[in-house]
Ligand binder design. Structure first.
Ligand code: DOR
Length: 443
């Protein structure tokens, strides 16, 4: 019997758990059903991928899409459009919206807003607070929830659990891996006077490496006391990488493209407040140690920490300016440029953006190019050089710190459950995103 497929991606170089090789990918009913060599006659549609690489769909496990409440910066439609334009097939969105995502109602509201408007698959973090700690065991198991996120240092918005007792009250109750923004709040308060008006290069002086290290060490200790799993977001310092390497049984690690690409002091001189981010971009020595963590395997995932603010908001005087920059659309091109520069292999990129997220968040049926898995695929042209420009940025805030930079390696196709959502820079099948499902909460 001749097999029939809805779609065959033909002649591309597949990068997956099998290594790297020329294979066709056959898709039926939104799933990958076979990998090999197939006849054109077997498929309803054939897409020629000759000269292109076919990667498992890129999962960005940290984005801020601002809806509801801060929709002038971004919303679920515009943020997810930016995601698929940049080759991202699924996102995990953060709870510092208004209202904050700290109740079942707020989570249900986000899921309802996402339906028919988000272009990629999605899940939402529940914010952990002193007030909702007792409810978190139920909240973290709601459909569409990727877990609990706790700010132990304050950033955009008011979500904050700065004390060990508060974190322990949360961690001791929940069962899934929780994600943390790790900067020590009392130290940040104590050092506020070090901010120099009009000089964003004082941002990493105020929010210094010790503040990040202190918080990460405290979180590791609480994880051990409670026997729970922690995920430390956006690592910005070398010493934290040493601590996390020594505690891989309880801790997983995220790094961001901006901490791997930008460095102080140059980024503050060049970009001013556009480089202002929490935790801050630091000097070359920290950046190199973070890269080492990518190469030696300490790092589990890459997240963009896409945190848009309008240029108007960014054009105020430091420190009255908000921290954050766009990133969901530039994650793939920036990192492919690093691949082409020989800084990491394409296999390690796939490990960080698909296998890693699936492994540490227990994602159901995503993160591999394998039969039976969702046909989430990121198609890239490793030879294509393009200039990143603000006009390419689909985010409502319409800017990127990489404006004017030329990269080699470019996302040319985004498939979400077999749907061609983006192809050659055009939105093809819009608004088809669904909630991501997780092994811990399948029932
Ligand atoms: O710089 C940041 N901005 N870091 C965060 O953790 C939050 C983010 C935001 O939401 O603006």
């Amino acid at each position: 019997m001749t097999a029939t497929f809805d779609l065959v991606l033909k002649g591309g170089t597949v990068v997956n758990q099998d290594g790297r090789g020329r294979r066709d990918v056959a898709i039926r009913d939104g799933r990958i059903v076979d990998i090999g060599t197939f006849d054109r006659a077997q498929a309803g549609e054939v897409i020629n991928c000759k000269g292109l690489h076919i990667l498992p769909g890129v999962i960005d496990t940290q984005v801020h899409f601002r809806e509801p409440g801060l929709d002038h910066k971004e919303d679920l439609e515009s943020g997810s459009r930016a995601a698929v334009m940049g080759g991202v097939t699924a996102v995990f969105e953060m709870p510092n919206t208004n209202p904050q995502t700290v109740t079942a109602e707020a989570l249900a509201d986000k899921l309802a807003r996402a339906r028919g408007r988000m272009h990629c698959d999605h899940a939402f973090f529940i914010g952990g607070t002193h007030d909702n700690a007792a409810d978190l065991p139920e909240l973290e198991r709601l459909p569409g929830c990727c877990g609990v996120k706790v700010f132990v240092g304050s950033s955009t918005g008011d979500l904050l659990v700065e004390d060990d007792a508060g974190v322990e009250a949360i961690l001791s109750r929940i069962s899934r891996r929780a994600a943390f923004h790790a900067e020590d709040e009392p130290r940040l308060r104590e050092r506020k006077g070090l901010r120099v008006a009009g000089d964003p290069s004082s941002h990493p002086v105020w929010r210094d490496p010790t503040a990040a290290l202190m918080a990460t060490e405290r979180l590791v200790a609480i994880a051990r006391r409670t026997g729970k799993r922690i995920h430390i977001l956006h690592i910005s310092t070398g010493p934290e990488m040493d601590v996390l390497m020594a505690n891989k049984d309880v801790a997983t690690v995220e790094v961001t493209p901006h901490h791997l690409t930008l460095e102080a002091p140059g980024c503050y001189q060049r970009l001013g407040t556009r480089a202002q981010m929490n935790p801050p971009v630091r000097d070359a020595a920290h950046k190199e140690r973070i890269w080492h963590g990518v190469l030696d395997g300490t790092v589990d995932v890459l997240g963009s920490d896409h945190a848009p603010h309008t240029l108007d908001e960014k054009s105020g005087t430091y420190p009255d300016t908000p921290s954050g920059m766009t990133g969901v659309q530039t994650l793939v091109p920036l990192m492919l440029d690093h691949v082409n520069a020989g800084r990491l292999t394409i296999e390690r990129f796939v490990d960080l953006t698909s296998h890693g997220p699936a492994r540490i968040f227990n994602i159901a049926r995503k993160g591999r190019i394998a039969a039976g898995y969702d046909a989430d695929l990121t198609i890239v042209d490793m030879k294509r050089s393009e200039q990143i420009t603000n006009s390419w940025i689909a985010s409502k805030s319409r800017w990127t710190p990489y404006h004017g930079e030329t990269v080699t390696g470019w996302p040319v196709g985004t498939f979400v459950r077999g749907m061609k959502v983006m192809w050659q820079g055009e939105l093809a099948t819009p608004s088809s995103g669904e909630p991501v499902r997780f092994l811990e909460t399948l029932a």
